[in-house]
Design a binder for this molecule. Structure first.
Ligand SMILES: *Cc1c(COP(=O)(O)O)cnc(C)c1O
Length: 355
């Protein structure tokens, strides 16, 4: 099989060794002669997987005490609702910074339950920048989206808040160190940087729960899931198993320092070319650019066909931009090698030489 350089925005690439090990577990998990897909989630073998995954999240992200880690179903889109149900009081207000399509969907769920206020937005310029915001002094919580997968922007630094802080980190969790202690709730769909679709990671400060005064449906109640060790209902076993393998891979290679350094090198390589090459320009404001999902366009669309042929011939896939931005989006999640980014940069240089 020739190598495909997969720049897909999600589901994402994973380390080759994780694919290999996961495929073996589908046939014969830990020499049990059972597939991981047919085992009881209550079996000792799977409970070990769940506990290792939960504890590796704590270890790799340096999660302080007082937090619990859950792997739930429903995607980050259910996280929007879980955030509101668990933190929005009956007559309270959830405060949102609107930085793109995903934060827009998150705030809609809070609106559905009652009180929602957008305290800053970059909608006026098609979400091409991260807006400044005043840290709110009142409100039930502040909700941020750390990386905007579609628009290619990312908070470079998130400051603590005076009210509970909730963050959707779906597309940049595990891409660098995070000061978990400043958050009350972090959630992230696994499929962007951790594993296959199906599991969503929640990192929750336990004493921040139970204050919304709502009658929370059991599947949305974080306290219910905590009390059942993340097994209130059948967990997405395969997604959790593969996420656990990816966490082992991160830890073995040097954890968040190693990952952050690698991601920095990849984004420097690509953004330097976007800036240097007169045929291209980035779509996000420079100081807000995402290290995970760089977005860029051709200055002259007449080069589109030639460029598409170049990257297609180089076995690159998944770099077509989202329809709301156009152009190109080269998602460079953790498992992507610097070499793959170099292949893309070489295509950009070759286009310039031919033009
Ligand atoms: C992909 C994505 C989501 C949606 O995740 P699902 O798991 O598909 O519900 C939410 N937020 C961000 C930032 C995303 O990138």
């Amino acid at each position: 099989m020739s190598k495909i350089h997969n720049f897909s925005a999600g589901p994402c690439i994973l380390p080759q060794e994780v694919f290999q090990e996961a495929s073996e577990a589908v046939l014969n998990f830990n020499n049990s002669c059972l597939s991981i897909l047919e085992m009881s989630h209550r079996s000792a073998a799977f409970v070990d997987v769940m506990e290792e995954a939960r504890s590796l999240v704590k270890e790799v992200l340096n999660v302080p005490s007082g937090y619990e880690v859950l792997f739930l179903q429903g995607g980050a889109s259910t996280g929007f609702l879980i955030a509101a149900y668990n933190y929005l009081s009956l007559s309270g207000v959830g405060k949102y910074v609107n930085t793109g399509a995903w934060s827009g969907k998150a705030l809609k769920e809070a609106k559905r339950l009652g009180g929602m206020e957008v305290i800053a937005s970059s909608e006026d310029q098609n979400f091409s920048y991260i807006p400044d915001y005043e840290n709110p002094s009142d409100g039930d919580y502040l909700h941020l989206t750390s990386n905007n997968t579609i628009f290619g922007t990312q908070f470079q630094e998130i400051k603590g808040a005076n009210i509970p802080l909730i963050c959707d980190m779906s597309s940049d969790i595990f891409s660098k160190e995070v000061n978990v202690g400043q958050y009350d709730l972090i959630y992230a769909g696994a499929q962007k940087n951790l594993g296959p679709a199906g599991a969503t990671v929640y990192i929750v400060k336990t004493d921040s729960l139970g204050k919304s005064g709502r009658d929370i449906p059991a599947m949305l109640d974080l306290n219910v899931h905590i009390s059942k060790d993340s097994m209130f209902n059948t967990p997405p076993v395969f997604s959790i198993y593969v996420s656990m393998l990816t966490l082992r891979w991160m830890k073995k290679n040097g954890g968040m320092n190693w990952i952050a350094d690698r991601n920095q090198r990849k984004s420097d390589l690509l953004y330097n070319e976007v800036e240097r090459n007169p045929l291209f320009k980035g779509t996000a404001r420079k100081q807000d650019r995402s290290k995970m999902n760089p977005t860029f366009v051709l200055n002259d669309e007449s080069h589109t066909e030639a460029f598409n042929k170049l990257w297609n011939d180089a076995n690159i896939s998944g770099i077509k931009g989202h329809r709301s931005v156009g152009g190109y989006r080269a998602s460079m999640y953790n498992a992507m090698d610097v070499d793959s980014v170099q292949v893309l940069v070489d295509c950009m240089k070759e286009l310039e030489n031919k033009a």
